[in-house]
Design a protein around this ligand. Sequence first.
Ligand code: K7E
Ligand code: CUA
Length: 648
Amino acid sequence: MKYSILSLLGLVMVFTSCNDSGKKSSNGALASNNAEKVYVAPGEQDEFYAFLSGGYSGNLTVYGLPSGRMFKEIPVFSQFPTSGYGYSEETKPMLNTSFGFVPWDDSHHPDISQTNGELDGRWIFINGNNTPRIARISLKTFETEEIIEVPNSAGNHSSSFITENTEYVVAGTRFSVPIPQRDMPISEYKGNFKGALSFISVDPEDGRMDIKFQVLMPGFNYDLSHPGRGKSHGWFFFTTYNTEEANSLLEVNASQNDKDFIAAVNWKKIEEYVNNGGGTKVPVNYAHNVYSDESHTATSTMEKEVLTVDPTKIPGAVYFLPTPKSPHGCDVDPTGNYIIGNGKLSADLTVHSFDKMLAAIEGKKFDGEAYGIPILKFEDVLAGTVKSGGLGPLHTEFDGDGNAYTTFFISSEVVMWKLGTWEVVDRKPTYYSVGHLMIPGGNSRKPFGKYVVAMNKITKDRYLPTGPELEHSAQLYDISGDKMELIYDFPTHGEPHYAAGIPAELLAPKSQKIYKLTENKHPDAVITSDDTKVVRNGKEVHVYMSMIRSHFTPDNIEGIKVGDKVYFHITNHEQDFDVPHGFAIIGANNSELLIMPGQTKSLVWEPKRVGVWPFYCTDFCSALHQEMQGYVRVSPANSKVDLSWSLD
Ligand code: K7E
Ligand code: CUA
């Protein structure tokens, strides 16, 4: 067994290195009709939005398809100087956690909210892996509105996937850990560590998240997950690896079992159990951060309790489906009947049948149990095997026409196959080592099967070299015909893992243009320039400032002293679309602020030296943008200069 794993690893190296030759030739990927397919003429717009996770950037990037043009980077888990997110006083609380201020994370899986199993385009959710968190982003403002920390979790990877009416966003732990966390020998992992699967409810009106319950599972690694849909709505499926419960050298020790499991979780049953008072409240400590676009301010609340559930106490709550070769992706087809286990150490894909699973449960045909959770018989739940001929399957998406598309990391290709007959229909190379792929709506009952985007881990020679570090590559395939056709290459930002796409017509018309100044509820907003002022409170000075093309009110401030802590609260008085102003001041230990029309943001500045120090607008806002500037006079700490402010 160990030998075969090693030989597979050898194959990884052969495949990834030999892939890097022979694509210099202009191989017709940009034949003229393909160029037309991706060409969005000046002034025209793309057909789809694509939201690509940023991986280790901690953010989410927004692209147009088919053009591959990047429109925006939405800051989520990382400080972002481009907008001042995580630097302004209003947004710092978004990055608060039980570990303090954590201005970075590793974001993998975005998922768009759904109604009746179809994309509704209200919110997009994404996971932070490292310090377990789930974020909710408004698809009206494209701003991160909420971040909830997930306690009892570690490596929040099988996340953040949405049930078909956005009842829950689900967050599963990749690493099992002691629950509650405690000081114990690592060697006692087996049988003692637990894996928490968190079901976070989403308020249907305002999207607010709340951890409804956590299912405490055996100490496996819960790698990926997807919701049931249609007939399997009410269930959630998680791939596991390391059912060996190894705690060291997992590359060998977690590959001993020929089959790990897909855990089928009947969340409706568990929901009923907790609604009837089941479960145990345990003390925890986690941050729940909410941003309001009325007050333009985030608040962070520390929560102290979470409801945990022991699945063995609820008959019928969880079953294990044996699945070969350390499955990675866990994907459910649009009908909800097929659950695909992408066994990454294999050439084959295992497809389970939901109908067969129910029949096997009904017939109580179990093959033993693991920690009290019944194991179904592999043959009883198997719908079919896709003999792919590829190596290292990772993830599968669906086009809604009965076809599935699976990425193969090791053999660097996307394989198209038919649901039900399991025959391979087509295969196309990727450049190189593809991870996830995305079809707009591919994780819903209604995919929009026109394009598939492959997100590749390795770029090598696809673009002009940029030193040792390259942005990752993505490839766009046209899947509107019988076969896949590679039509475009584009670089991405950070490391996109998964992505979510949606027709532009579902989002563009409701995209917010400005914030109404009259509705600004920020406590430090100045709604008219007459209200601007500077107030001293001991060593704290608050500057209530407004901005409009092309000046600040006030733009001359005196009476500030070394050792003061100066808060600039600045309101943008513009009410036109796309007229933000920026604010920056010399020596500030943070970034600029970018303030949208009608919005108020605050920046802290601690002047360290006597002098007259300029501030200015950082966003080129008019022909007189360079005139949009001002001065702050800073006097010695013991100075008697009176506080004063003025404009002309
Ligand atoms: Cu396969 Cu984090 Cu979804 Cu990366 S994961 S590829
Ligand atoms: Cu305001 Cu430039």
